[in-house]
Design a protein around this ligand. Structure first.
Ligand SMILES: [Fe+2]
Length: 337
């Protein structure tokens, strides 16, 4: 019975995907095109596919979108080196949700290097019972370690792919906004020091599900969205001491925007923050944009092309397998080689 229901739901999902593919050209997508072909081969160092807020539940609908998304990310024409899942991977971080998410990713994503961040929804086992952080953390560690091939015992960790450092942060309670302990911030500072020494001017990626306060149209912590208890300022001050820091977040569900035409006022996907931080807020893969003017389609994310002197952010709908009308480039400073 359950299998039959899943099959029916999968077919409904597939039908919706067909509709998306049919009408995608009306919504600003441009078909085909391989970023690396347009690039100078000898300067393209890494291609990242990054998505956030997949919000996979226990039913088959979440997987119906995630599965074609994973297949698109694995397409050889994209030549992706690493995949980032920026949190709220599950709608509730219980075993049922994680099983659906993990099976879809492991069966369909052929890219070896993966990062799975903790999001606030991943710390919520149920909407009906009090949230207990330790329960969500236990499930997150079990399934994220399975997917990443790691043995992490903490939700914050570092991975190095193609010589680039990805320093991954995590909230330490079950609130919507992030609580980051001084212990974690001290750890971050040490990781940044090591990354800078190793990278010699290369960009350093710092990942947290929530954006910093006063970025991406996020207010202070009263908005219950960014980072709690003054930790956002401390985090930004630490990041500001280093060159070419790229801070990736999700959480907002605001879609993709170049800062000109989308609610809420002032939201921009790629922002310059502080002295030399580039903050990038990713759309909600599993939800579409909450706001008028944003792309309502499920499956949006970014292809991030890392060159020797710049990073290029290209919008892509991974479910329909088409490019979006979003393309922004950030050049580095402080290159010493
Ligand atoms: Fe979310």
């Amino acid at each position: 019975m359950l299998a039959q229901l899943e099959t029916i739901l999968y077919r409904i999902g597939a039908f919706i995907l067909a509709l998306i593919s049919t009408f995608s050209s009306l919504l600003g997508m441009r078909g085909g095109g391989i970023p690396k072909e347009a690039a100078t081969e000898d300067t393209l160092c890494m291609t990242i596919a990054a998505i956030s807020d997949t919000h996979v539940g226990k039913d088959a609908i979440g997987a119906a979108f995630l599965t074609p998304g994973m297949r698109d990310i694995s397409d050889p024409s994209l030549d992706v080196d690493a995949v980032l899942f920026l949190g709220d991977n599950t709608d509730n971080g219980n075993v049922d949700n994680w099983e659906v998410f993990t099976k879809s990713v492991t069966a369909n994503c052929k890219v070896k290097n993966k990062i799975v961040l903790l999001g606030n929804h991943d710390t919520w086992i149920s909407y009906d019972t009090p949230h207990v952080y330790e329960e969500g953390l236990k499930n997150y560690l079990h399934y994220s370690n399975l997917i990443m091939g790691t043995n992490n015992t903490l939700p914050y960790f570092t991975r190095v792919f193609n010589g680039y450092w990805f320093i991954c942060l995590a909230q330490e309670d079950t609130s919507v906004s992030a609580t980051i302990s001084d212990t974690q911030l001290n750890w971050l500072e040490e990781q940044l020091r090591l990354a800078a020494a190793d990278g010699n001017g290369k960009p350093i990626f710092v990942l947290l599900h929530q954006p910093m306060n006063f970025t991406h149209a996020v207010g202070d912590n009263l908005n219950n969205n960014g980072i709690n208890d003054g930790q956002s300022k401390k985090l930004q001050a630490i990041l500001d001491r280093y060159e070419n820091v790229f801070y990736f977040s999700g959480h907002q569900h605001y879609g993709l925007n170049d800062g000109t035409d989308q609610l809420p006022a002032g939201f921009s996907t790629v922002e310059h923050v502080g002295r030399n931080i580039t903050s990038v807020n990713f759309p909600a893969f599993g939800r579409g944009s909450y706001f008028d003017g944003g792309d309502p389609l499920i499956g949006d994310g970014l292809i991030v092309n890392v060159y020797a002197d710049r990073i290029e952010f290209l919008g892509r709908n991974f479910v329909a397998g088409g490019w979006l009308d979003f393309n922004q480039t950030v050049y580095f400073t402080g290159i010493t080689e």
